[in-house]
Design a binder for this molecule. Sequence first.
Ligand code: GLU
Length: 572
Amino acid sequence: MIKPLVSSTLLALTLCGCATTPPLASSPAATPIAFAGAVSAADPRAQAAGEEMLARGGSATDAAIAVMLALTVVEPQSSGIGGGGFMVRGTEAGGVETFDGRETAPAGATPEWFLDPDGKVPPFIESVRSGLSVGVPGNVALAAKAHREHGKLAWAELFGPAIRLAREGFEMNPRLNGMLAMAKDRSAHTAAARALFFDASGNPKPVGTRITNEPLARTFEKIAAAGPEAFYSGDLAQEIAATVAADTPHDGAMTYSDITSYEAKAREGVCGSYRGYRICTMGPPTSGGVAVLQILGQLERFDLAALGEQNPVTWHLFVESQRLAYADRELYLADSDYVSVPVAGLVDPDYLAQRSALISADATLPNAVAGTPRGAPQSLSDGDEPVEHGTTHFAVVDAQRTMVSYTSTVEGPFGSGLMVGGFFLNNELTDFSRSPEVDGKPVANRVEGGKRPRSSMSPTVIWDPEGKPFLAVGAAGGATIPVQTARSIVGAIDFGLSARAILGLPFIMAFDDKVMVEEGTWLEEQASAFRALGHGEVFVREAPVKAGAVLRGPKGWDSARDPRLDGKIETP
Ligand code: GLU
């Protein structure tokens, strides 16, 4: 078992480059503390796993992988090795790489995959709680590929904190407890999960209970010792395929060879600029990165800093830009290995300027429809992908100022509810449009064998106008993800806010022609201002959002997790 090299307090002090770092009481007064990096994760125990890797001399990639593994244990509702993710890496010199560990549909899947025998789309939850929703998991392959290229520590070392948490136990927190109860149809679906998380009377184990997950500790040990092959072949892969197939109601179910043939892919990053800052993010099969660049690009001609952070007009402009970006997203974004996605056209500054011209500071666009970017394919229809709430985002900067931004997911809470080896299997395939065509036109994001479902995840890294690493950011929360990410970037660049403040900015988003504003924030009082600007229906609710960031402020790097996480159970 790996022991931490230094106490967690010392780690926090040496790792935090933030303004509030106190001097180390026990260190010689004249010895400067070397910057070891900063880690943001939704759960402090997973953050500590990443910090431990940095303290051992690991790279940002090592730390991010250790966080992903630890989150499989302590935040199983959101992400894990039974799911997938996207990782963006940006170096101090400006290099960018992006890794696609998105789940894939089995080779036997067809566009009618989710339809009832009578050709109808069933209720959403029926598709979720089924082998039909499970894609071949991608996180272990992503981690292995990224580690081969950028790991400094031994592969097995990255598993140390996660194995410790699984074997020695971790405390049930209110968030996990609440999600176990809220999504019980998935969290308690298998005997294996009931044994881990529920008491004899069928209730989630109380907050404060020590939870151990020995099956997961053993799974990790196998993958740590034998490499990713222990996941993508052999007993575990057989068990995944058999478990999924047993729950799949028609032909084409996931096979062993679907799992052995899985590959994480290196993709070209999608980059743009905003007020002189260089922004690089993830391209298809996620729609998130393109949407973030579009929202920002369309906003650039407005002086948001002058308008101010507490001005309804600022957020009206933001919403209008988001509506335009989402109209494009609905129509064009899908797995670019299967359909032609006009990425370059969608983020082209001339196209964004044309789109931006549709935005007015004192009126609302009656109808935000998709544009026609260069390279747009003809004859596509919008799909029927739902808004879901799962997922987790983490971000790391290391001593070399390499930034890693990684969003990891099992899709909805506890994924499909199916469990193998102590981890939940995702329901990522419900991110496809379950309707293969609408009005006789194909949907770009329809199911196809081997295809990756469209995502909203938007892990992003940013350099300041001098080219220095500045921000690694992203979010969880389904379709809200690009909005949260763009909002956080506006907070950092336009308003110069701290890491925690950019994540804590009130949330606002348009859903079709309705605007949601976050309950308990100053926006709530502004419904009439938004209506006066032409927004028909403004509704108030708690925001299902969760972002994470590491940000370089005037006094150094700081990390933060979404302030909404503190003590809230309804955040995924
Ligand atoms: N599966 C979703 C996606 O890839 C994320 C789910 C969520 O965050 O709720 O976009």
